[in-house]
Structures are given as C-alpha cells and as structure tokens.
Design a protein around this ligand. Structure first.
Ligand SMILES: [Zn+2]
Length: 228
C-alpha cells in the first residue's frame, strides 16, 4: 500500500504540473487571440462581399445617372417648333430632373455606406494586427512556462514509471482503471469510519472486508478506501 501511495503522490504532482500548463493564462490568452483572428477573417470576407456589392450598385446608379443626363441634354437641345412640343419637352425635362435627383440621393446614401464599410474594414485590420502581435507575445510567454514545466513533467514521468514497478500489479490495475476518471486521489484513507474522499460512513460489514483486504471500493464515490 505504501508504494501505491507514493505512486499516487507522484501522480498528484504530475497532474498539478499538467494542469498548470493546461490552465496557463498566456495559453488561454493566445487561444483567445487566435479565435479573434479567425472571427476577424470571417468578418473581413463579409465586409469584402458587401463592399463589392455596394460598388456594383454605385456603378449601376452612375450608368443610370449618365443616361438621364443624356436625355435631359437632348431635350434641352431640341428645337421646339410648336407650343405643344415645348410644353411636352418641358414636362419631360421636369420628370427627368426628378429622376436625376432621386438617383443622386441614392448615390449619396450608398457612397456613405461604402465609406462606413471602409472604416469598419480599417478598424478590423487594425485590431487584427494588434491581436496578431498579442498572439506572438502570449505564445512566447506560454513557451517560457512550458520550457520550465516540461522538464519537471519528464522527471515526474520517469519517477512514476520507476515507482510503478514497486506497486503490486493488481493494485496498480485497480488504480489505473480509475485514473482516467474525474476522481482524485483514487486511494483515500479510512478516517473515523468514513471514506476519506466523500466522507460517507462505511457499513459495518464492509469494515470487516477492509480489515482483511486492506482496501475496499467506496459504494458512494467509487474511490478505494485503504486502512494500513
Ligand atoms: Zn467515498
């Protein structure tokens, strides 16, 4: 049992080191930056599409504008032979002028939209650039932590391998069958007739088994309760 407890102690240290790496603040921040950059990338694609659609609309409106201008010029140049013709052309010119001013209003609106798209785009690019340099920084910081912790992990793994050989195979198998689960420590002491993990009282019948076998499985939490 002592050898297994030593093994568990080493395992506990190893789990802590791994958790340190896993929960490293700079690692989390680097991941956030990466996510931000991915999101920016998709936003840029959307903005790009909307910019080219807007440009197409602007071109279409400009073409319409030109046509209307041409028509108006034609009317202005026309020689009005009769009063009727003059009236008709004047009427036509007024209508066209209205159409023209409507097109111009639309053009102004849509050009403003393009300006706002460009602004968003610039801001996005600026933020993405900042995110990139932050990402590099956080990655470097995480690497530093990794370089410090990884040799410790290596050493612990070696110690753990060596210690494993000293533990009875049947006990080791029991330990390992639970080592992937959420409960840790896996072997807990029998304290005040209770499980040292979940503090559930051990039934009298089970205590006898504990005296003989030195350890039993807790019916409540699944840990192994040991008694030396
Ligand atoms: Zn328990």
């Amino acid at each position: 049992m002592q050898e297994l407890l030593k093994y568990q102690e080493l395992d506990s240290k190893l789990r802590k080191r791994n958790a340190e790496l896993q929960n490293n603040e700079n690692r989390a921040k680097a991941n956030q930056m990466q996510q931000y950059m991915r999101d920016s990338q998709s936003k840029i694609i959307v903005l790009d599409e909307s910019a080219s659609k807007t440009l197409q609309m602007i071109n279409k409106l400009k073409q319409e504008q030109e046509k209307v201008v041409e028509k108006i010029e034609k009317i202005l140049k026309a020689s009005n032979n009769t009063e009727d013709e003059l009236l008709q052309n004047e009427e036509e010119a007024t209508k066209l002028a209205e159409v023209l001013s409507k097109i111009e209003r639309e053009l102004t609106n849509i050009q403003n939209k393009l300006v706002s798209i460009n602004k968003d785009f610039e801001q996005l690019m600026k933020n993405a650039k900042t995110a990139k340099s932050n990402l590099i920084f956080y990655k470097q910081e995480y690497e530093k932590a990794k370089q410090q912790i990884e040799p410790q992990i290596e050493t612990l793994l070696k110690e753990l391998q060596a210690q494993k050989k000293k533990v009875k195979p049947d006990m080791m198998a029991k330990y390992q069958s639970k080592s992937e689960g959420k409960i840790f420590p896996i072997f807990v002491p029998f304290t005040n007739s209770r499980c040292g993990g979940c503090h559930m009282e051990v039934p009298v019948g089970k205590i006898k088994e504990l005296e003989t076998n030195h350890y039993i499985e807790c019916e409540n939490c699944g840990r192994y309760i040991y008694k030396i």
